[in-house]
Write a protein of this length. Sequence first.
Length: 222
Amino acid sequence: MPEARLTLTVPEDTWIGEVSRRYSEATITILAAVTDDDAGVGVAEITADELLSLVEDMTDHDSLASVELLEYHGRTALVQFRTERPMLLLAARGSGLPVEMPFDIQDGQATWALTTTRETLSGLVKQLDMLGIPFEVEEIHESIDATESPLTDRQWTLVEEAVDEGYYDTPRGTTLTELADSVGIAKSTCSETLHRAEERIVKHFVENATQPAGPAAAPVEN
């Protein structure tokens, strides 16, 4: 299942886009949020030098129906808000994607970490485009879940032990002989099991991973 990290450019005409740019040093962390057809309600932790001034600007913003200061101490406040334009939440909702909380917004940029299916990720991209929310995919890779592992239980156990013992470190933290002794199998059995596991892992990754964008690789010379 793909794991991705996106950086979204929040529209300037939304409260969070405008306020986070006006107070560019501030960090707005969305702790929880829900949305319906008409509005979105959320709780944010805000850290800023001009904290009370920022909260006052939130209160005066046209797209915020209500702002409640729950608590504050020093440079940090906890705020509950209701907005009539929950653009980011609408994009997530339209694609059927549950957004992982918390996520940060700073100087008009929001960072989302996502674990989802390729179909849902594609749906999110379409929603962001439709709503006019620019974004960049900072990272995407295929996770290998133990419940969806291409390995047998025996292979998985040995690979986990090899990782724990530093067999795949550079330089190696253990030898093949030491690894075999630690799991109580013959060195030849250990070598064969690891080789078959590595083959399955590599093939599984190549079949499911997305080729990163970039210049074409030079041909490999024999």
